[in-house]
Design a protein around this ligand. Structure first.
Ligand code: GDP
Ligand code: IMO
Ligand code: MG
Length: 423
């Protein structure tokens, strides 16, 4: 049995798409289990750039099967656009993509409500991607959601839409937003339904039959540990379980069938949206943005940047049970004289080894740094551990030790080929 769960160890955008693409070589099925098109996973193959939002990154490997699990929330119109994009790039998806009929639908009123709530929060906004993710998971939890299986039955969908739109249009109207057209949504969604029909199925037996015949699963996490609805920096989080446990609930694969959990982390830290970020450093952000790095793959927003925070990585390792870590973007640090790593926090004069539970306390924490000498050499063409500068190796060894976790790979550039596998 070799079933691997891949999870972002920070606030998302760790390079999960790239690492999934590399690990797909050793997998038969690649499964998305949570989140929606708030995710943006970038994969470079030669000179071609692919940004995937809902479809697992494994789709770029011919002959691999991809599954969108029950825990994902999906905007069917967006998914059709994503399929069109793949078609243009000559990626074949027939008999390679399956979508759970239990996945909940993101509806146009969810996006409106997302925007409305952000506006009404004023300064306390979350900085969401405005893709309607929070309101969709809210409807799921309050048992008012509409699922992909419902969309496959036009009459049933029409009735559900009528009912939900009545309630949600009243909310929109009360808040000064133009009500949405029933006819327009019905047409758009039923058109998308026709296109999606061949992919929609009960994914549970599909996954279990594949496991039964010895096929290997790779679970592609979206977002990151600190955006998790339970374990993240609440309320500055997304609305799904982004940590390893989410792989089970979001797919129907039981915990005892997971054989490995890989954490993906950048060699520094980034965050998009609001919320605490103890090691944030605007100077580092300016440097990365000046190099054209660290702009969001979904919204294009400049990502907030800071030093690596090992208190976070240790916390992420506890929550997810990382067997190993994949470090990405090491090359981002190539030009620096000094590299800082946060090893603990100071709060009201006391040293904290663990992340505090409340976001207000985290906001008030000062990072305690350890300094590392920069290697000041280009690492982007390194193909082996030995080809990395000694100081880069020292940095990586130290962070593996601090995390209490072995490193399985180090990525030194966006391309598929720019990765060093460590045994
Ligand atoms: P994801 O959401 O975790 O899949 O990550 P994103 O795709 O949103 O953001 C990661 C960004 O870093 C993308 O632009 C990737 O192409 C890029 N990337 C991934 N690994 C590396 C690396 O090792 N070096 C460099 N320079 N870029 C990388
Ligand atoms: P990937 O999979 C980075 C952030 C948003 C916001 C918060 C809530 O590419 O790593 P939401 O729209 O989910 O309600 O927004 O979560 N966020 C992400 N940040 N990468 C992502 O996905 C994200 N998905 C959501 O910026 O702070
Ligand atoms: Mg991303």
């Amino acid at each position: 049995m070799s079933n691997t769960v891949l999870i972002g160890a920070q606030w998302g955008d760790e390079g999960k798409g790239k690492v999934v693409d590399v690990l797909t070589e050793d997998a038969d099925l690649v499964i998305r289990m949570q989140g929606g098109n708030n995710a943006g996973h970038t994969v470079w193959v030669g000179k071609k750039k692919y940004v995937l939002h809902l479809i697992p990154s494994g789709i770029l490997h011919p002959n691999k099967v991809c599954v969108i699990g029950n825990g994902v929330v999906m905007d069917p119109v967006h998914l059709v656009h994503e399929l069109d994009g793949l078609k243009k790039l000559r990626i074949k998806v027939n008999k390679r993509l399956y979508i759970s009929e239990n996945a909940h639908l993101v509806m146009p009123y969810h996006r409106e409500l997302d925007a409305l709530r952000e506006t009404s929060r004023g300064k306390g906004k979350i900085g969401t991607t405005k893709r309607g993710i929070g309101p969709t998971y809210m409807d799921k939890a309050s048992r008012q959601g509409i699922r992909l299986g419902d969309l496959m039955q036009p009459d049933r969908f029409a009735n559900l839409l009528k009912d939900r739109l009545r309630v949600n249009n009243a909310i929109l109207k009360a808040n000064g937003v133009k009500p949405l057209s029933y006819q327009r949504i019905l047409e758009d969604y039923l058109q998308a339904a026709k296109r999606l029909k061949p992919f929609v199925t009960n994914t549970l037996p599909l996954i279990h039959d594949a496991m039964g015949s010895g096929k290997r699963m790779l679970f592609e996490g979206a977002q990151g540990t600190f955006l998790d609805i339970d374990h993240g920096t609440y309320p500055y989080v997304t609305s799904s379980s982004t940590t390893a446990g989410g792989a089970c609930t979001g797919s129907g694969v039981p915990p005892n069938r997971v054989s490995r959990v890989v954490g993906v982390m950048k060699a520094y830290t980034t965050r998009v949206g609001e919320g605490p970020f103890p090691t944030e450093d605007d100077g580092l952000g300016d440097l990365f943005h000046g190099m054209g790095r660290e702009f969001g793959a979904t919204t294009g927003r400049a990502r907030r940047c800071g030093w690596l925070d090992m208190v976070m990585i240790r916390h992420a390792s506890m929550v997810n049970g990382f067997d190993d870590l994949s470090v990405t973007n090491l090359d981002g640090l190539d030009g620096l004289d000094e590299i800082k790593v946060c090893v603990a926090y100071r709060f009201k004069g006391k040293r904290l080894e663990y992340m505090p539970a409340s976001h207000e306390t985290l906001e008030a924490c000062q990072p305690i740094y350890e300094s590392f000498a920069g290697w000041k050499r280009d690492t982007s063409s390194a193909q082996s551990w030995k080809e990395l500068p000694l100081k880069a190796r020292a940095y990586l060894k130290a962070l593996s030790q601090m995390a209490g976790c072995r490193l399985s790979s180090v990525s030194v550039g966006p391309d598929r080929s720019q990765i060093i596998h460590l045994s």
